[in-house]
Design a protein around this ligand. Structure first.
Ligand code: ATP
Length: 897
């Protein structure tokens, strides 16, 4: 099967197309689940790679590499744009040494490539920008590009002339450029072929071209037009040369060069100054210059954090050249002071000009706080930061939809995979100052809130925090530039987390205090999402307990003791000084509540004041039911905590506590129940989840109605008493078997398959969707809930075969048992029984049929008939249908007779 998949994917990749699971499943007549598993295995094995957008597309790796002349270094791309970016990078390989080639200089690089690749001698190009911005460097890289892409031969020269060196002797420049005959002017004591001739077949780079006199420019543009020129002193003979020309100037070209000359230079590349490159490129430059110095002086270099920050922030008039010179002076000064293997660079080693201007006393006084960074660490920072920004960009691109949480978590996991891939194993590096500080904060908070995170996850989380902390400026700039999208993401992540966001706030506050780093919304979101994703302990639910008591640590001691005894983070605490007023308590409480995202119930355990007064003071916009109880003790906290854990409804919980302890309590019903749709299936939670997915994908994104899955048996058992109804306003239940709850709308899945009852569903959704959205929804519903699609989605077995077997067995059963099952019920039964076969094949049968004894005692004939008629199915799939499963089939049929 894998070979067949590869064959199809190769064919499409050759045509420049991706292959989807649907395409493969159709041509190979296998279920999508199966194909998806096989294809993903091929991705894992490095044979295919995949773009993981809504409908994943697969490509053959080596065929793609051959046809695009690139190396595909990743297995999964999150979007087409990411793949494009990845392949473009390869094209620009020759400019990799130019820091910023993909960012601030990307347009420049594109222009340079276009100019140098232009057929027949390329196009002359003018590099224009302030001193030290890299014009000469770019000219050199253009030459390397031309050689590497066979535009010019490997043996052809790159000749540079700095015209400013001839400022006082323009004639000499003309003579050197065009060549001269011996004796053609005073001092010309021998023949000179000239640089234009010397550069024949290669590139001539004329730096500071504004120093060329007008006559020289004229002579040059004749050469540009016709490729011919006279040597100085030899006006009869025409010389020829094939030279590609690159010019550079720091001046405004139109002010210093002849218009006629400029007209012949069609491409002007504007090179930005260092201060316009952004913080990230500065960091990269500093790192790269230090790394070059390390190689040059053959010593390891460590650089003080202060020096590092100053180099990042300082406005170097002479741009990169100036930055480079200053770094060189630092190294030379440090080298003079101490000639060890490791060179330490401190503030005192900065060149005097920089030192005097920037030095502030406070910095000097604190020099003992300074930490030294090795160049390797700088390099990691450069890399890590890049990844954080990449992660952020990917997260912002995720649309708000039903499965946002899943996609977000996967994106974060991919980010961690990259870190792991690079570092193989992450070290808990205590010698690193930042890591150490972060570790103290995180460990403290984790312990306090009873979070359980595996050691590996913990190190990954720290690594993420460290990456953000190590280059706050760049990330802050990024966040500022994406403010609206970041705020939207913050909202989205808040809706996905409960108490985690409050715990994240506590961590953020500590980071702010201890590390003096302001926290942005992106970081806050990532912290709470990480906490939710990584927590291996009991999930923190949406019922909040807060203990509020007077005294230095009364509340926190009760909370901590209770949480420990309950083995779960149930209570938060607020300690209040003895003398505070109730009003102050309320303010503190409101401040605290504002940090927690969303929760549905709040239980306040207080030691004083009138309950009346406190609840009236609680902010009115809180959308949660609030229970307040006074005379708090550890015993009471324990009782209430336990009930909270057990999900006991709020009023019962408080009533019980009061009965046992004769206390007062008060409930304020503020919560607006959220509308939801429930998928519950007698065929199990797995089927319910799959139906939920199909339904969600039929709806537009961002709809304000959640679809949840719920245990069918629990519904059956508890009916309206179930917690579900206390928390939510359940609009309807969709599934295979009706749980039969009074006044609760039920839509059987077969009706959707048979395209019936769609109007009822339409009624449910009307208030959430526009008329156009309703039309789209109905169409998608029709497609998604076709029998084949359902079967494809629900089972890994070949759906066509399975359906065929089940349909035949069911026909036999009707004859054998002497009943006629209605069409609709049959369709529902197909779905139910097919899922059952899959459960049996995968050894996950349902075993809690409630009336099993009654079935066995009174309906043996039914059991026997099913066994007889399904014998061939059992044989084909090597399974045995247990009595419990037959019970569900019995319900299905008897409910619908
Ligand atoms: N983007 C860059 N990435 C890495 N190094 C760079 C970059 N730009 C410039 N440099 C380095 O900075 C130094 C100064 O650059 P360069 O001499 O090319 O500037 P320039 O614009 O030609 O200056 P001038 O106008 O003074 O001649 C060089 O050592 C160069 O290698």
């Amino acid at each position: 099967m894998k070979d067949k998949i590869i064959e199809i994917v190769i064919e499409n990749t050759q045509k420049g197309k991706g292959t989807t699971i649907a395409m493969l499943s159709e041509s190979l007549e296998k279920s999508k689940n199966f194909i998806s598993r096989e294809s993903n295995q091929l991705v894992e094995d490095g044979v295919l790679f995949c773009i993981q957008n809504k409908e994943p597309q697969y490509f053959h790796k080596s065929i793609f590499e051959q046809s695009h002349q690139v190396e595909i270094a990743k297995k999964i791309f999150l979007s087409e744009a990411e793949l494009k970016n990845h392949t473009q990078k390869e094209e620009l390989k020759d400019f990799q040494k130019l820091i910023g080639y993909q960012d601030s200089l990307s347009d420049c690089v594109e222009q340079c490539i276009a100019a140098i690749s232009y057929p027949n001698n390329s196009l002359p190009v003018l590099l224009n920008g302030p001193t030290g911005t890299g014009k000469s460097f770019i000219a050199q890289l253009m030459y390397e590009y031309a050689v590497n892409h066979n535009i010019i031969g490997e043996d052809k020269p790159f000749v540079t002339v700095n015209c400013s060196e001839y400022a006082n002797n323009p004639e000499l420049l003309t003579a050197n450029l065009f060549g001269h005959k011996k004796g053609s002017f005073t001092g010309a004591d021998k023949d000179n072929v000239g640089l234009i001739q010397a550069a024949n077949g290669g590139i001539l780079f004329l730096d500071e071209v504004h120093c060329l006199k007008a006559e020289c420019q004229e002579k040059l543009f004749l050469f540009m037009d016709k490729g011919i020129y006279h040597k100085v002193g030899e006006n009869e003979k025409w010389e020829t040369s094939h030279v590609r020309l690159i010019f550079a100037t720091t001046e405004k070209p139109e002010e210093v060069l002849l218009k006629t000359f400029l007209r012949r230079v069609p491409i002007t590349v504007m090179i930005p100054s260092l201060k316009d490159r952004g913080i990230y490129e500065r960091i990269q430059l500093i790192h790269s210059i230090f790394a070059q110095e390390e190689q040059l002086i053959k010593r390891n270099i460590k650089i003080s954090n202060f020096v590092y920050n100053l180099l990042i922030e300082y406005d170097f008039e002479g741009n990169i050249g100036d930055l480079k010179n200053n770094i060189k002076v630092c190294c030379a000064n440090a080298l003079r002071e101490k000639a060890d293997d490791t060179l330490e660079i401190h503030m005192r080693h900065l060149p005097k000009t920089l030192f005097r201007k920037e030095l502030n006393i406070k910095t000097l006084q604190n020099e003992s706080d300074d930490r030294l960074l090795s160049i390797a660490e700088l390099s990691n920072e450069v890399k890590d930061n890049n990844r954080v920004i990449q992660l952020y960009n990917q997260l912002l691109a995720i649309p708000k939809q039903m499965d946002s949480e899943e996609v977000i978590f996967q994106t974060i996991k991919n980010y961690y995979d990259q870190i792991l891939y690079d570092k193989k194993t992450i070290q808990d590096n205590k010698s690193d100052y930042l890591m150490n500080e972060i570790s103290i904060i995180i460990k403290d908070v984790m312990k306090r809130y009873n979070y359980k995170i595996s050691n590996n996850d913990y190190l990954l989380l720290m690594q993420y925090i460290r990456s953000v902390m190590s280059s706050p400026v760049r990330i802050r700039n990024w966040v500022m530039n994406h403010k609206d999208a970041v705020d939207a993401f913050y909202k989205l992540s808040s809706s996905l987390t409960n108490r985690e966001s409050m715990v994240a706030t506590v961590i953020s506050e500590q980071i702010n205090n201890r590390l003096d780093t302001a926290i942005d919304n992106m970081f806050a979101s990532l912290l709470s999402l990480n906490l939710k994703m990584m927590n291996k302990g009991e999930p923190i639910n949406s019922r909040i307990g807060i203990i509020l008591a007077h005294g230095y640590s009364t509340a926190s001691s009760i909370a901590s003791a209770t949480n420990k005894l309950l083995g779960q983070y149930v209570f938060d605490s607020i300690d209040m000084p003895i003398e505070v007023t109730t009003q102050e308590i309320i303010e503190e409480l409101n401040e605290y509540l504002s940090k927690i995202n969303h929760y549905q119930e709040l239980v306040l355990l207080v030691d004083m004041g009138s309950l009346e007064e406190i609840y009236k003071g609680i902010e009115t916009e809180i959308n949660a039911d609030i229970g307040i109880i006074n005379n708090i003790t550890t015993k009471l906290a324990l009782e209430i905590g336990n009930e909270l854990k057990l999900d006991t409804p709020l009023d019962t919980l408080l009533k019980n506590a009061c009965e046992q302890n004769s206390f007062q309590y008060h409930i304020i019903e503020k919560k607006q129940k959220e509308d939801i749709l429930v998928c519950a299936c007698a065929s199990g939670m797995g089927t319910a989840e799959k139906i939920r997915q199909l339904l969600s994908s039929s709806l537009p994104t961002g709809i304000n109605l959640s679809i949840l899955t719920y245990d069918y048996n629990q519904l059956l058992e508890k009916e309206h008493r179930d917690n579900l109804f206390e928390r939510y306003n359940v609009k309807c239940v969709i599934g295979t078997l009706n749980p039969g709850i009074d006044n609760l709308l039920f839509i059987p899945i077969e009706e959707l398959i048979m395209n019936q009852d769609i109007e009822i569903l339409e009624d449910v959704f009307k208030q959430y969707l526009s008329p156009q959205e309703i039309t789209d929804f109905k169409q998608r519903l029709l497609r998604n809930f076709s029998l084949t699609n359902i079967m494809n989605h629900l089972t890994i077995l070949n759906p066509n075969k399975l359906l065929e077997h089940v349909a035949t067995a069911l026909d036999d059963f009707q004859q054998n048992y002497g009943i006629r099952i209605e069409n609709n019920t049959c369709v529902g039964l197909y779905v139910h029984i097919c899922c059952m076969i899959e459960r049996l094949v995968t050894h996950q049968p349902l075993d809690n049929y409630l009336d099993i004894e009654d079935l066995q005692a009174n309906h043996q004939d039914f059991i026997t008939s099913i066994r007889q008629t399904f014998a061939s199915v059992e044989k084909y799939y090597s399974v045995e249908i247990p009595d419990d499963e037959i019970g569900y089939i019995y319900d299905y049929i008897s409910n619908n007779l």
